[in-house]
Ligand binder design. Structure first.
Ligand code: OOG
Ligand code: MG
Length: 266
């Protein structure tokens, strides 16, 4: 399948700088398709790739990837019908139980995800759930803090892909476990905000099995001529809808078998 690129190289640089500026200033911008209505998801990945190159050239370190929009709850919440991927750098990580600043984000939201750490390279096309499980060193629970740079948290596929899948911060923790010791389809999760339950779900919500999302991610990487190296940290996508947070909020995500991950926002 050939990629559908409609943007010129100059457009790609321009949009990459626009996203980078919105991220750096924590200022919302209109979705990119308002100006480029013909933009495709491949265009979005071209902008995301330019952003990644720029971040790495500036000294940020790539630690892995994230699958997004992999559960029905997320697709319905965001009004899209396909999964996407984004990259994760070391500076996006925050320690468990820490206080996370919100002043450098536009409108942060939190979501519960199962994260995978790989011990062998994975390569598409045709990567399968079983290949992912065989290449997995361990799984651990994570909370992703997403922050769309688009006004009103409203976007379409090309725009959100260019914005690196709304990636902003992530907190991994809890108990790391070997995937073989668990049934990764039936893990229950409960998200608490300020002591109240605000979302519940089960891991099968993510494409039937979270490892399926990692396989999907590897296959999207392959379309871009890339592989997932051993030692990658990969998040499989929000199990429930994302929950808005503001200064003063405290979050606990409780995962069956994997312990809990907590943080507060300031
Ligand atoms: C896009 C990112 C989606 C997930 O886990 O589904 C995502 C968004 O909803 O802003 O990270
Ligand atoms: Mg996510």
């Amino acid at each position: 399948m050939s990629r559908q690129i409609t943007l010129t190289p100059d457009d790609i640089v321009r949009l990459c700088e626009r996203i980078e500026g919105a991220q750096a200033r924590a200022r919302a911008i209109p979705k990119l398709t308002d100006e480029y209505p013909n933009m495709t998801s491949d265009d979005g990945y071209a902008v995301q790739h330019a952003l990644r190159k720029r971040f790495l050239a500036a000294g940020r370190r790539l630690v892995g990837w994230k699958a997004g929009l992999t559960s029905r709850a997320k697709m319905i919440q965001m009004g899209v019908n396909a999964p996407s991927i984004g990259f994760l750098t070391a500076d996006m990580a925050r320690p468990e139980s820490s206080a996370i600043k919100t002043s450098d984000m536009v409108h942060p939201r939190v979501e519960c995800e199962v994260a995978f750490v790989t011990k062998a390279q994975l390569q598409g096309p045709g990567c399968t759930r079983q290949q992912v499980l065989d290449a997995t060193d361990y799984v651990l629970p994570a909370v992703e803090i997403i922050d769309s740079r688009f006004a009103g948290f409203k976007f379409d596929m090309p725009s959100v892909i260019a914005d690196n899948g709304s990636s902003a911060r992530y907190v991994a923790g809890g108990r790391a476990r070997y995937a073989a010791d668990l049934d990764l389809r039936t893990l229950g999760v409960v998200m608490e905000k300020n002591g109240e339950i605000v979302a519940t779900g089960a891991s099968a919500a993510v494409l039937g099995h979270p490892a399926e999302a990692i396989a999907m991610l590897v296959n999207i990487l392959a379309e871009q001529g890339e592989v997932l190296p051993a030692g990658s940290f990969v998040m499989s996508g929000g199990i429930t809808e994302a929950i808005a947070v503001k200064p003063g909020d405290s979050i606990v995500a409780r995962f069956q078998e994997l312990g809990s991950v907590s943080m507060r926002f300031i």
